[in-house]
Design a protein around this ligand. Structure first.
Ligand code: FAD
Ligand code: 2OP
Length: 450
């Protein structure tokens, strides 16, 4: 337990008060199944071998030809776990027995699908439509994400872009029937599209390579241009997700270059992502703000501020190449960077719109109180969460009268594998806000200035 002094500055007091209100609101809405899931994540966080076994199981599950094959993997993975509970020993033995193999494999498959179902809204945009409408009615805007990344062939990229285009058109038709939600539809600059799609550049082209970015840029540019045109024509927002450092410069250059084209000067509403865990995040922000100052576009660029979802990968890559990691290696450094960038983004309003994407109640409360302190209206800051991780948090945000958006992945287990692994890694991390919360760290400690 850290010896943490009570916050003294009035600003800090307000951050802590709001954080506590949101956190208590969130906890009070937690369902029994959510509680069980949280306990499971806390358990995983304490056992790296078990965590590795689960991640490997999730990784192989969609590729297994049948339940027996999955049971063989389960047996092998559990064999590598030294501290096994009674349940794990039973599962491991059953998976190796001719009579229990199939049933154990079926159960393991069902468990993986159940876990994926927490994070993935539906298999297709059409089947997701009802869920998205319900979220909207309950007071949360949405961003649809068609799961897919690291495309292997150019044909797959082309097909993916076509699916995105269809989703934009279909969702626009569906959203026209949604009821009015004034908080979600305007900020001080103007109107905000109901339809919002998040895309990953590596889903659009297999040619993203750090050493030869031009080919990837060219290939992805054609698809992204098509999507921007489609979003402009239907009046939707297109958000370009940020991935690992391998593609960071390519994605940023591509987004800013395309959006500078005069054909997009009157739309669509568009956005990029800034990752606060990167040591050079501030330089990236300088560049984005400079671009925005010179931009002739009528609607401000939205910057979604995140800490970054590729932390483990960046560390592994850096150590394999003998590089200094591009990410901070102390959690508090990422948290401080996040707050500093939050300030700078909000100070720049309305040059850019800010979306704070976090499940860390301290990071959220900091943004909201800072926006208030500099005189912004409550709707001038957007708070984004991921479906399955931030559902109760989103309800608490709505209850505070704030503007929230839920990021809603759609697709099958194969397409969602990498996404699912990132969510499990984050959730079972001893450093994460959610992980610390379920393992009993006090709210006072978690809400303290980083
Ligand atoms: P916290 O628990 O406060 O922070 C956890 C994060 O801190 C980790 O994810 C990591 O970034 C960082 N961290 C963990 N350990 C350390 C350490 N030892 N040293 C330094 N830093 C550490 N991420 C993307 O990369 N690209 C996206 O496009 C993207 N879109 C998102 C959209 C939404 C709506 C949301 C909610 C998140 C998105 N993310 C994206 C994920 C985001 O980057 C975080 O991974 C995730 O939200 C966890 O951060 P947190 O603030 O919620 O929680
Ligand atoms: C991810 O795919 C949410 O974009 C983020 O992990």
């Amino acid at each position: 337990m850290l010896g943490i002094a009570a916050p003294t500055e009035p600003f800090e007091t307000e951050v802590v008060e709001l954080g506590r209100r949101i956190a208590c609101g969130r906890d009070s809405m937690r369902s029994p199944s959510r509680y069980v899931y949280d306990r499971g994540m806390a358990f995983l966080a304490r056992d790296p071998q078990l965590k590795a076994a689960l991640l490997r199981l999730v990784d192989v599950a969609p590729a297994c030809a049948d339940a027996e094959e999955l049971a063989d993997h389960l047996h092998a993975f559990l064999d590598g776990v030294a501290r096994r509970t009674a349940l794990m020993s039973v599962a491991s033995r059953a998976a190796a027995m001719p009579t229990g193999r199939r049933a154990t494999g079926l159960l393991a498959g069902a468990a993986v699908r159940h876990m994926a179902g927490r994070f993935i809204v539906a298999e297709t945009p059409t089947t997701a439509a009802g869920r998205l409408a319900r979220l909207w009615r309950a007071g949360s805007a949405v961003s649809l994400d068609l799961l897919g990344e690291a495309t292997v062939t150019r044909e797959q990229g082309r097909i993916y872009a076509g699916r995105c285009e269809r989703a934009l058109v279909d969702l626009t038709a569906a959203a026209a029937t949604w009821p009015m939600r004034p908080v979600l539809e305007r900020d001080s600059v103007g109107s905000l599209p109901r339809v919002n799609l998040s895309v990953k550049v590596t889903a659009l082209t297999p040619l993203v390579r750090r050493e030869a970015p031009e080919r990837g840029c060219e290939d992805a540019a054609g698809h992204l241009r098509r999507l921007l045109r489609c979003a402009r024509d239907v009046g939707a927002h297109l958000h370009i997700d940020m991935e690992s450092m391998d593609s960071r410069d390519l994605v940023l250059n591509l987004a800013l270059e395309l959006l500078s084209d005069p054909e997009f000067s009157v739309g669509p509403s568009a956005g990029i992502v800034l990752q606060a865990y990167l040591r050079d995040a501030e330089e990236t922000l300088d560049r984005v703000l400079e671009w925005a100052r010179l931009s002739q576009r009528s609607s401000p660029l939205t910057v979604r501020l995140v800490k970054g979802a590729y932390w483990d990968l960046e560390l592994i890559e850096a150590s394999q190449h003998g590089w200094t990691p591009p990410v901070f290696t102390e959690k508090s450094a990422s948290d401080r960077s996040f707050e500093h960038l939050t300030q700078r983004l909000l100070d720049a309003y309305p040059l850019v719109r800010t979306a704070i994407a976090s499940h860390n109640v301290r990071s959220i409360a900091y943004g909201v109180i800072y926006a208030r302190k500099i005189g912004l209206a409550p709707e001038d800051i957007e708070l984004q969460v991921l479906r399955g991780l931030g559902d109760n948090l989103q309800d608490a945000i709505v209850a505070e009268g704030l503007r929230g958006r839920t990021y809603c992945p759609v697709g099958d287990l194969v397409a969602g594998m990498a996404y699912l692994v990132r969510r499990l890694l984050e959730n079972s991390s001893n450093d994460s806000f959610l992980g610390n919360r379920v393992s009993g760290t006090s709210l006072d400690e978690l809400l303290h200035k980083p």
